[in-house]
Design a binder for this molecule. Structure first.
Ligand code: KMH
Ligand code: ZN
Length: 270
C-alpha cells in the first residue's frame, strides 16, 4: 500500500481560542505549528489565515507571510484554503492562489454549514479552477457530500477539471454528509479510477475516519480546523499531538507515513 499522506489542518476559519486555547493564529504561530506537524509526520499543511484580531482573512499578504515562514522551516506541502469563511466573497477567497502554491483547496458545491451557507456556484468553481490551472496549482477537491463528487465527474467530462484528481471528503459538517463509515465508503466507491483521496472527519468523526483511511489506502487529515479534542472531553495540546498519534497508529498498522517529497510523487506534484 502507498505511504500515508497526513495533512494537518491547523486553524480553520471557525474555531476560536475560547474553544481551543492552543489554536495557532498569527503567522509565526501558524508557521511554527506547521513545522511541529512536519516533525510529527505531516507532509501537507492546510492553511487558513487570521488577521491581527484573530479573525479569518483571505488576504494575499498574510498568506504570503505564512508560506514564506513555513518554507524557511521545512519542505512541507503548503495548501492554502480557497474556502475561507462562509462570509468571504469569491474574490477574497481566490487571493492565495496567486501565491502559486503546489495545491489549494477547491470546494465542489454549495451546502449548509452549521447555521450558515457555504456558497460555491458552478460558475465560481469554474473561475477558481481556471485560475489554479493557469498558475499550475493542483486543486484538492473538497466534497462535503456525494453530489459534489458527481459535480467533479461532470465538470471533468466538460474539460473544466483535469484529472487525475485528488479528493478531500469532508464528512460530518452539520448541514452536509455525515461521518459514518458507510458515508466514507460511498464516497470512495464513487470517485474515478486513478484518483487519490483523503478524509477530513469533523469532531468525533476525525479519528475513526482517519483510521478507516489508513486501512482503505486513502490519506488522512487531522487538526484543529476539524476537531479540537484528543479524546472525549479532553482538548488536544497541539495540532502536532493529533498528527503524532495518527502517524503512530499508521505505523503500528504497517503503513509507513510519507515524507513531503514522497507525498509530492503520490499526488503528482512532481
Ligand atoms: N471554512 C469553510 C467554510 C476550505 O478550506 O477549502 C470552508 C473550508 C473549505 O474550510
Ligand atoms: Zn479549510
Amino acid at each position: 500500500m502507498e505511504k500515508l499522506i497526513i495533512t494537518a489542518c491547523l486553524t480553520g476559519a471557525e474555531v476560536t481560542r475560547e474553544q481551543q486555547p492552543n489554536l495557532p493564529l498569527t503567522t509565526d504561530e501558524i508557521a511554527e505549528a506547521a513545522y511541529q506537524c512536519y516533525l510529527a509526520g505531516a507532509s501537507m499543511v492546510h492553511v487558513h489565515a487570521r488577521d491581527k484580531d484573530g479573525n479569518p482573512t483571505q488576504d494575499y499578504a498574510v498568506y504570503k507571510e505564512i508560506k514564506e515562514k513555513t518554507a524557511a522551516k521545512c519542505n512541507i506541502i503548503f495548501q492554502p484554503s480557497t474556502g475561507g469563511a462562509t462570509y468571504h466573497t469569491p474574490e477574497q477567497r481566490m487571493q492565495p492562489i496567486e501565491l502559486k502554491p503546489e495545491m489549494a483547496t477547491l470546494s465542489m458545491g454549495t451546502c449548509n454549514f452549521g447555521d450558515d451557507v457555504f456558497m460555491n456556484t458552478e460558475v465560481n468553481i469554474q473561475i477558481f479552477a481556471k485560475r489554479m490551472y493557469e498558475l499550475g496549482v493542483k486543486p484538492e477537491l473538497e466534497c462535503f457530500e456525494k453530489g459534489m463528487v458527481d459535480t467533479v465527474i461532470r465538470m471533468t467530462k466538460k474539460g473544466i477539471l483535469k484529472g487525475p484528481h485528488h479528493f478531500d471528503f469532508v464528512l460530518g459538517v452539520p448541514g452536509a454528509m455525515g461521518g459514518e463509515l458507510r458515508d466514507l465508503m460511498y464516497m470512495v466507491d464513487s470517485i474515478p479510477a486513478g484518483s487519490t483521496w483523503t478524509v477530513a472527519g469533523v469532531g468525533r468523526y476525525q479519528l475513526p475516519l482517519n483510521i478507516a483511511a489508513i486501512m482503505l489506502g486513502g490519506h488522512a487529515r487531522t487538526g484543529f480546523e476539524d476537531n479540537v479534542y484528543y479524546s472525549k472531553g479532553e482538548l488536544a495540546t497541539s495540532n502536532a499531538q493529533l498528527v503524532e498519534r495518527l502517524a503512530r497508529i499508521s505505523k503500528e498498522m504497517g503503513r509507513e507515513v510519507a515524507t513531503p517529497d514522497e507525498a509530492r510523487v503520490i499526488l503528482g506534484l512532481k
